[in-house]
Structure formats: structure tokens, C-alpha cells
Design a protein around this ligand. Structure first.
Ligand code: DHB
Ligand code: FE
Length: 323
């Protein structure tokens, strides 16, 4: 087929009407973005001769993704989360904000409100099976000075790759804690070694990835938010070394500086010192927070997590958010 209608005056005028250009109400930025988005998609339909069958299959797929709240899962798989990180890195570089542990994606599975502790926390409820993990680190500024009281939020999957809250078989806030660093900027967590996570087989996100010849697997990883007054909020993760997916992460979150080994310790003295009952794996992750005089960088949240957030979203869409 050779039909190309996108550049005709009729279609060009039609896209403007679709985007509300002839209406005084609404939100100007929304109009600009929808004009570009719809226009680009119209052009794509023309360029690829997208059939009606393909178009409606696409609509059905979007409905399936939405009804299972999977856009937050697909987003990292299609590289949007990493692309936003690349942009943020470039914004930092331009503002000469250098140094600090690299950021990487939040992912869609954070939950606010985890229990808080000072210096040390056990993340697993005692029913969680897995190899004991002893996770330690120090939070410092770019000059190497420890940041006492830094807020370290940690969350990770269990040994089946499932996250509490999303996996109803786990107890509330299992493997999620907020630890305030001690006077020397140090934090310690006892937990279990997580397994990698995989997009549910047959889910709409999996359908999309399979159509690209890709998989939906992530390496074993541990998520962090680290923050302290006067410093840039850091969203990052560590990826455990030696996982088959460490360098083949469907969510594009691995960065060389964030690949960390888990060291197996079976020295009875080390076990006794930590009051553990057997060998454990030691994981060390020191964090360097960049300085900022600007207001704390806005924390990006992959999904609404409370009723108030839903209302925020509604007001953003209505163009009334105070940004
Ligand atoms: C996804 C899951 C994760 O645990 C994560 O860290 C990032 C992405 C996902 O399902 O898209
Ligand atoms: Fe994750």
C-alpha cells in the first residue's frame, strides 16, 4: 500500500483539533504534548501501513496492561526509566554536580511506610527462607566525611523473587526497612539473599517483551533510597555479582559501580560476633551522596502509593498541580 495522508492539510488540521488547539480551556502543555504524540502515531500508522487489525490488537494490549497495572513494569523494560536516569545524569553534569554513588532506576515495587530503625534492622520476618545476608555500609559525602543520621531505605525480593505487598504470601513490610545511619554514618541490616525477579510469565508485559525476542528477567538486586539534609536524594540499587542476569537485566538498571559481590563467611568467630546461627553472606555497599544547595531533587515514584497520591495524580492531569 502506498497511501500516505499525514502531510495533507486535512490531517494536519485534524491533529490540531484533536489536541484542543482551537479551545481556550485546558492545559497548554498537555495540548502541545498530545499534539506531538498523536501526530507522531498518525505518521507511524502511515509510514508502517499499520492495519486496522494491528491497531486494535494494540488497543487491546494497552487495556490488558492497564487493567493489570503493568505500565510500571513495562516502563523499565522499554528503557524509559533508564532514559530518565540518563537525562538526570546529564542535568547533573551540566550543573557541575559531580561525584556521588550513581543513581539507577527505582522500579515499580517500592512501598512507603516501612518500619524505621536506628543503626541496625533485621529485614526478614523469621519465617522467610533463604541464605542469611549481612548487609553493611557507610554513608559519606563527596569529601569522604561520614553523614550521621542519613536515612537509608532498603527493599528487596525474597528467594522466590517476590516483593511483600505485591506478593500476598509475605508478611507486611517483609524485606523493607528504613535505617537511620549511626553517628559514624554506618548502617547494618540482617536479611536473606534475594533472588532475581522475573516478569510474570504470560502477563501483558511478557507478551510485549517476547514479541521483541527479549526476556523479562532481572538479576538479584537490592533497592536503596538514601537521603540526608543538604545532599541530593539518591535512588539506586546494587546488583549482586555472579547472577546470570547481572549484565543482562531486562530493566537496564545494572551499572558497573553498583555490582557488588556477596562474600560467603563461615568463620565461627564472625558468625558468633553477629549472633547468627550459621554461615552467612556479607554484602558491603558504601554510599556517597552528592552535595546540593538546591531543594532536594524531587523523588520520582513509579506508582501512586496512597490515596493522597491518587489525588495528586488527578490534579496533575487536570493541570492544577503546584510543581
Ligand atoms: C521491575 C521489577 C523490579 O523489581 C525492578 O527492580 C525493576 C523493574 C519490573 O517488573 O519492571
Ligand atoms: Fe526490584
Amino acid at each position: 500500500m502506498t497511501v500516505k495522508i499525514f502531510d495533507t492539510p486535512d490531517v494536519q488540521a485534524f491533529v490540531k483539533t484533536v489536541a484542543g488547539f482551537d479551545k481556550t480551556g485546558g492545559n497548554d502543555r498537555a495540548k502541545q504534548i498530545v499534539h506531538r504524540l498523536v501526530g507522531d502515531l498518525f505518521k507511524l500508522i502511515d509510514d508502517f501501513d499499520v492495519t486496522e487489525e494491528e491497531y486494535w490488537a494494540g488497543v487491546n494490549l494497552l487495556n490488558a496492561l492497564g487493567s493489570q497495572t503493568q505500565f510500571g513494569l513495562l516502563s523499565p523494560g522499554l528503557g524509559f526509566d533508564h532514559f530518565l536516569d540518563m537525562r538526570q545524569d546529564a542535568i547533573d553534569a551540566e550543573a557541575k554536580r559531580t561525584g556521588g554513588t550513581p543513581r539507577t532506576i527505582e522500579g515499580p515495587l517500592y512501598v512507603a511506610g516501612a518500619p524505621e530503625a536506628e543503626g541496625f534492622a533485621r529485614l526478614d520476618d523469621e519465617a522467610t527462607e533463604g541464605e542469611t545476608m549481612w548487609l553493611t555500609g557507610q554513608v559519606r559525602d563527596v569529601n569522604g566525611t561520614p553523614i550521621a543520621g542519613a536515612k537509608v531505605e532498603i527493599w528487596h525480593a525474597n528467594s522466590q523473587g517476590g516483593y511483600s505487598f505485591f506478593d500476598p504470601s509475605q508478611s507486611e513490610y517483609n524485606l523493607r526497612r528504613t535505617i537511620y545511619a549511626d553517628s559514624d554514618g554506618r548502617y547494618t541490616a540482617r536479611s536473606i539473599i534475594p533472588s532475581g525477579y522475573g516478569v510474570p510469565e504470560g502477563a501483558p508485559t511478557d507478551v510485549v517483551l517476547k514479541s521483541l525476542g527479549r526476556h523479562g528477567e532481572r538479576p538479584a538486586h537490592i533497592h536503596y533510597f538514601v537521603s540526608a539534609p543538604g545532599h541530593q536524594h539518591l535512588t539506586t540499587q546494587i546488583n549482586l555479582a555472579g547472577d546470570p542476569y547481572t549484565y543482562d537485566d531486562f530493566a537496564f538498571a545494572t551499572r558497573e559501580e553498583l555490582v557488588v559481590p556477596a562474600e560467603r563467611i563461615d568463620d565461627p568467630a564472625e558468625i558468633a560476633k553477629r549472633d547468627l546461627d550459621g554461615p552467612f553472606s556479607h554484602v558491603v555497599f558504601d554510599v556517597e551522596l552528592a552535595q546540593t544547595d538546591a531543594a532536594e531533587l524531587q523523588v520520582r515514584h513509579a506508582r501512586p502509593r496512597a490515596k493522597e497520591d491518587d489525588q495528586d495524580l488527578a490534579s496533575q492531569l487536570a493541570g492544577t498541580a503546584k510543581v
